[in-house]
Design a binder for this molecule. Structure first.
Ligand SMILES: NC(=O)c1ccc[n+]([C@@H]2O[C@H](COP(=O)([O-])OP(=O)(O)OC[C@H]3O[C@@H](n4cnc5c(N)ncnc54)[C@H](O)[C@@H]3O)[C@@H](O)[C@H]2O)c1
Ligand SMILES: [Zn+2]
Ligand SMILES: [Zn+2]
Length: 383
């Protein structure tokens, strides 16, 4: 089969690889119909992780079940399914409590597994024609048959639940004010989830115009951080007040103000968003941090950043009595509910999707999505 294979920094190829097989009676093989490129893939693509060449990328996968193992109970050949990017077992101490992003069965010696991701276990990615899904009764979320809502449902693998997780970590509640940092797919989904949860004012900070425009379309208040310090801009708009909640949908590759918005040189300041969140939030506020931070970054800006050690204004955080939540999204916790919002027409997350292209166009799609040019906001590959 064809698959997207990582070759080295800024290089992927669509190559022939062996077809996946049922290796355990709990497995199914899914014929992939939609698989998305994620901002998380870009950390590997840019050589900013310990990923070795040869990994098949793809953790946001949806398709039709092609083959079922003998122990699979509920899922059948022909079922239309979407898989959480986390691989979970369903029975370990963390899965049992709903923390499926921290499964201790699927990636021995580590809490958490995923398809096609460095350090996340042996699971091959789904930017390919076929995908092996373990513990299939647990990991396959069934979808209505047919082809309706394909792009909406595909986003249930990661970014819709992950954006929602940001809002959940920050306990965003009706009537609150929120600052969402980052208008990439995760930031836009976080802002959209704040809309769904009834927030009153949702400020969305980025410096990529097309992304800020999308934030405006769903009722967010776009703020371009190249035009001014976003903390000051938000306080000025609020008569000096800060916000109730903040969400970091940027992560460790955060850009400094004034560095090129797209493609070119970005001056990175890995702690800038975290410290701006501490500044702009009101006392007793809660910060949700789905944006990724890593314990090892070969391309880090200095020795501390290379080992994931960042300087935080912890004194201010203490003084304000703030709380924060972070980590991988436990997709399974939200995906059935978010699916049902889509099915009844109350959520349409696919407004973030800018491009749907064949798997064979993955090389070009990675290049453009990485450079954030030509309006590449979210790409779905159709194998
Ligand atoms: N926790 C999880 O389970 C989970 C799941 C998926 C993705 N993620 C992470 O979430 C983050 C966002 O993912 P994405 O797919 O939207 O990525 P993305 O790279 O497409 O989007 C990030 C956005 O942040 C903007 N940005 C950069 N510096 C900024 C700053 N100083 N202030 C405000 N905005 C700034 C960029 O212009 C970009 O639009 C990534 O770190 C990704 O790895 C986490
Ligand atoms: Zn993802
Ligand atoms: Zn588990």
């Amino acid at each position: 089969m064809k698959a997207v294979v990582y070759k080295g920094p800024f290089s992927v190829a669509v190559e022939d690889v062996p077809d996946p097989e049922i290796k355990h009676p709990n497995d199914v093989i899914v014929k992939v119909t939609s698989t998305c490129i994620c901002g998380s893939d870009l950390h590997m693509y840019e050589g900013r992780t310990a990923a070795e060449p040869g990994i098949i990328f793809g953790h946001e996968n949806m398709g039709i079940i092609q083959e079922v193992g003998s122990a699979v109970k509920e899922r059948k050949v022909g079922d239309r399914v979407v898989m959480p990017f986390n691989v979970g077992c369903g029975f370990c101490k963390n899965c049992q409590r709903g923390y499926t992003g921290f499964c201790v069965t699927v990636n021995p010696g580590f809490a958490g597994g995923a398809y096609g991701y460095v350090a996340m276990g042996p699971w091959r990615g789904g930017q390919a024609e076929y995908l092996q899904v373990p513990f299939a009764d647990f990991n396959c979320l069934p979808l209505p048959a047919g082809t309706e809502n394909e792009a909406n449902y595909a986003l249930l693998a990661d970014i819709f639940p992950t954006g929602y997780h940001g809002a959940e970590l920050a306990d965003v509640s009706p009537g609150e004010s929120v600052a969402v940092f980052g208008a990439g797919p995760v930031g836009l989904m976080a802002a959209y989830s704040c809309v769904i949860r009834g927030a009153a004012e949702i400020y969305v900070i980025d410096h990529v115009k097309e992304r800020l425009d999308k934030a405006g379309e769903i009722g967010g208040i776009p703020i371009n951080f190249d035009d001014g310090d976003p903390v000051q801009v938000i306080r000025d708009m609020r008569g000096g007040d800060g916000v109730d909640k903040t969400i970091d949908a940027v992560g460790y590759q955060a850009a400094a103000r004034g560095s090129s918005a797209a493609g070119g040189q970005q001056t990175e300041v890995p702690n800038i968003v975290l410290n701006q969140m501490i500044d702009v939030i009101n006392p007793t506020g809660i910060m949700g941090i789905p944006g990724l931070y890593v314990p090892s970054d070969p391309g880090g800006v200095d020795e501390n950043a290379k080992r994931g050690a960042l300087t935080l204004n912890f004194g201010r955080l203490f003084e304000k009595g703030l709380s924060l939540g972070t980590g991988q999204c436990n997709v399974k916790r939200y995906n059935a509910y978010l699916r049902d919002l889509i099915t009844v027409g109350k959520a349409n997350p696919s407004f973030v999707v800018s491009h749907e292209v064949p798997l064979g166009d993955a090389v070009d799609a990675y290049d453009k999505f990485d450079k954030r040019v030509d309006g590449y906001t979210k790409v779905i590959l159709n194998p």
